[in-house]
Design a protein around this ligand. Structure first.
Ligand code: SF4
Length: 256
């Protein structure tokens, strides 16, 4: 559950399924991931992007091995201490893995709350209070899953109200007015274009380094469409993020 939730951050479910299976096959326990070098996690991260998550997950596996006896904690505060685990991921793991009665609030649920429940823009604190108040005494896990599905399948950026199962009780549909979702806290803005972005170049560099260690010259020739100054800056960023390292004159995926 923790692996899937970290992989699902800013990434569509369809892109996560295969890497998730591959990852768990390779690392069936947190200790297996923790004992392997970071480069193994980075290699298994192929196709997912946002590689800092891979470093965080590897760090979380090490903390779970070293501080929690090799078992993912169920306590929200302990979950939040894990690298890369924020409020959403901690609550999702607590709810879906341990059936704790906590609200799971992501961008999809944020839209449902703003439209169906409040019919006004919500601040983050308001959304959290409403999400908690809505939780049933029993079956909170199923309720959270239903809310996520409602937001992902029907209450999208462009909502599919005519087929939505809660249309009859949806405040926005019944009262009308401007769409309250876009400016509500927690509702994500569209991501910047990927093609031609630094994010894309970072992904290309990491993909090359998954195959083999490279000298800077060889790397530069492999991405010859990227200006040397820009490549230098992107490499610096990858080193600062702890994702790649220099070994003598060679560049490689970071080992720890
Ligand atoms: S009726 Fe429309 S706005 Fe209301 S919850 Fe369903 S999809 Fe969202």
């Amino acid at each position: 559950m923790l692996v899937s939730e970290v992989m699902l951050q800013q990434t569509q479910t369809s892109r996560v399924v295969e890497p998730w299976k591959r990852f768990l096959q390779h690392f069936p326990t947190p200790a297996a991931c923790a004992d392997a070098p970071l480069s193994s996690t980075l290699t298994l991260w192929e196709g997912l992007g946002y590689h800092r998550r891979a470093k965080s997950l590897h760090g979380a596996a090490r903390m779970i091995r070293d501080e929690f006896g090799g078992t993912v904690p169920s306590d929200i505060e302990q979950l939040r201490r894990l690298p890369g685990v924020g409020d959403y991921t901690a609550n999702a793991v607590a709810s879906f893995a341990f059936h704790e009665r906590v609200a799971v609030l992501d961008t999809n649920v944020g839209r449902v709350l703003a439209r169906a429940v409040a019919n006004r823009e919500l601040r983050a604190s308001e959304a959290r209070v409403i999400a908690h108040e809505l939780l049933p005494r029993d079956g909170a896990t199923a309720f959270n899953q239903a809310m996520l599905d409602l937001g992902a399948q029907f209450c999208k950026s462009t909502p599919l109200c005519s087929t939505c199962p809660v249309m009859k009780v949806c405040k926005w549909t019944n009262e009308g007015g401007d769409d309250p979702a876009p400016n509500s806290a927690g509702v994500s803005r569209p991501q910047s274009a990927f093609h031609g972005s630094d994010r894309q170049v970072r992904g290309r560099v990491l993909a090359l380094l998954r195959e083999r260690h490279l000298s800077k010259g060889a790397l530069s020739r492999s991405v010859s469409d990227v200006q040397p100054g820009r490549l230098e800056r992107i490499l610096d960023g990858l080193v600062n993020d702890g994702l790649v390292e220099y070994r003598g004159r060679t560049i490689q995926l970071a080992s720890s």
